[in-house]
Every structure is written in structure tokens, then in C-alpha cells.
Design a protein around this ligand. Structure first.
Ligand SMILES: [Fe+2]
Ligand SMILES: [Fe+2]
Length: 302
């Protein structure tokens, strides 16, 4: 790439960071004070829309009472939130590494610090919400929890920012729908609303980094980048619903998880949740061989 192009990209990067910093100063939430944590949960209200629950439409679903369906929804929401914390903690590590490397007087570094501060508040908010609804902080399955440690070490470039985007945009789609649903618990809707509003900036930031990273990529790096992001996408979609959630309604976790994985409704939910980000990643050139098998297994690609 020519020096002139690099300078132009650098100044675009600073401009975006400046705009995002202004927006962050203007609009942000403090969940400690903006959420009424003492308000009681509403009896009979949902935690997630029925059609987004992993067993919806299966025979196992038909056997559940209305109360059990609400209970399963609660545990699935808690599982997703606890995995949200997992992703955010990894993301904070990656952003801190970026800040360690670069000039802290750049707007880019300052925005990265601001995003870390946002994610700190989000993870605390998710943790409190899980505690409030009375579910365990399931997190990812143990093997993925171990492998997750590798990501900040082996990840770099557009695949890394692309991976962050997958987690952020999948969550965004699920939370947007839920925050607009009047049958969902007010606490859950408020948590989702706060997260959606603040994540919009993170998405802008990461998308720009993907585009920039792809332009700077050397040809031989592309297969690694494509493979890495497809494996992370697989890990993200597989971790969202921890099989232990099914125990909360008396189902065998292994069997129920198998049923959910084969459930066309659940597969469609995953595809729908990734629809927007997949279009972007595909256009950026990050979707393709040698990662195709992983994308398909993640249900993000048909
Ligand atoms: Fe977040
Ligand atoms: Fe984020």
C-alpha cells in the first residue's frame, strides 16, 4: 500500500474515533443507577420470546408446561448473558493489548479505552441480571472456556475484529427483538436496551478495523484469517446455550442439546441472528475456504 493511502486511512481512523468518543460522552448508561435492581420480577412474564427458545417447535417443547417454558427461557437468557460476559472479558483483553502497543494520545487508543470501560459496565450489568433472575452464570462449555484463552494470543487482524463483531452483532439482533417485546420482563428489556445502544458504537469501530485490516493484509495471510474467524464463529454459536440450562426444567442436558442442535427453528434463529454481520463479513472477503465447513456447522451460513 502506498504511504499516501496509509496516511489517509490513519486520519479516517482518527476521525471515526473522535466521533465515537463524542458520542460516548454524550450517551451512555450507568447500569448501577439506571436500572432499578430492587424492582421485583413480574410473575408470568417471559424472559425471551418463545420462538427464540432453542427447543421451540420440537416434541420436547410440546411436553413442557407454560411455566416450564418461561423457566427454560430464563435459563437460556442467563446462558446467553453469561457468554456475553465471556466474550466481553476476552474483548477487553484484546483491546488492552492494542492500547499497550500504540500511542495513548491518539483518538484511536482513547476510544479503545472508552470501549473497555463500556464493556466493564456491561459485564457487571449482565452479572447482576443473572444473579437477579436467579440462574447460574453458565458460561461456555469447559472446553471452549479453556480454548478461549488462546484467542487474544493467536488472533490478530481483521479476523480478530471480525470475531468480535460476530459476538456483538448476534447479541444485538437477539436483544433488539427482545427489548421491543412487551411480554418480556422489564428488567431484561432494560438490560437489552442499554446494551444495544452502547454496542452500536462498538460495531462501527470494529467494522472499520475489519475493512482497514483487509486492505493491509498480505495475500498469504488470508487463509489463516478466514479459518480463524470461521472457528471462532462456530465456538460462539455453540456456546450461546449451555446444555446445563435444560436441567432447570428436568430434561436430560445431552439429549435436549442434541434435539436443539437439530431443531430447524433453532438453526433458523442462529442464521437470522447472524444475517447482518454475515453480509458484511462476506463482502469484506472473510467468508470462504478454508473456513466454509465451520461456517456451515455454525448455522450462520445455509
Ligand atoms: Fe457489551
Ligand atoms: Fe461491545
Amino acid at each position: 500500500m502506498s504511504r499516501a493511502l496509509r496516511v489517509a486511512q490513519g486520519s479516517d481512523r482518527e476521525k471515526t474515533a473522535e466521533r465515537l468518543l463524542n458520542s460516548s460522552a454524550d450517551k451512555f448508561y450507568d447500569p448501577e443507577v439506571d436500572i432499578d435492581w430492587n424492582a421485583p420480577l413480574q410473575d408470568g412474564m417471559y424472559y425471551a420470546p418463545d420462538h427464540r427458545i432453542s427447543l421451540y417447535g420440537t416434541e420436547l417443547w410440546d411436553q413442557l408446561t407454560p411455566g416450564q417454558r418461561i423457566e427454560l427461557g430464563k435459563h437460556e437468557v442467563a446462558s446467553i448473558a453469561s457468554n456475553g460476559i465471556w466474550f466481553e472479558v476476552l474483548l477487553m483483553q484484546m483491546l488492552l493489548k492494542e492500547v499497550y502497543r500504540i500511542d495513548p494520545t491518539t483518538r484511536h487508543a482513547q476510544y479503545a479505552l472508552t470501549e473497555i470501560a463500556d464493556e466493564c459496565r456491561h459485564s457487571t450489568m449482565f452479572a447482576r441480571a443473572i444473579e437477579k433472575v436467579g440462574a447460574p452464570a453458565y458460561g461456555p462449555p469447559p472446553i471452549l472456556h479453556k480454548l478461549g484463552r488462546l484467542l487474544p494470543v493467536i488472533g490478530y487482524g481483521p479476523a480478530l475484529y471480525g470475531s468480535i463483531l460476530i459476538a456483538e452483532e448476534i447479541l444485538d439482533r437477539i436483544q433488539r427483538e427482545s427489548m421491543a417485546d412487551e411480554k418480556v420482563q422489564p428488567l431484561v428489556r432494560m438490560v437489552n436496551r442499554i446494551h444495544v445502544l452502547e454496542e452500536a458504537r462498538h460495531v462501527t469501530f470494529a467494522r472499520q478495523e475489519v475493512v482497514r485490516g483487509m486492505a493491509n493484509l498480505r495475500k498469504w495471510e488470508l487463509p489463516y484469517q478466514r479459518l480463524l474467524i470461521s472457528i471462532v464463529a462456530f465456538a460462539i454459536t455453540r456456546s450461546l446455550i449451555n446444555p446445563r440450562v435444560y436441567q432447570a426444567v428436568g430434561l436430560d442436558p445431552k439429549h435436549a442439546a442434541e434435539v436443539a442442535l437439530k431443531n430447524p427453528h433453532h438453526q433458523e434463529t442462529l442464521r437470522w441472528s447472524g444475517e447482518r454481520i454475515m453480509k458484511f463479513l462476506d463482502e469484506a472477503g472473510l467468508v470462504g475456504a478454508p473456513g466454509t465447513r465451520w461456517w456451515k456447522a455454525s448455522f450462520l451460513l445455509p
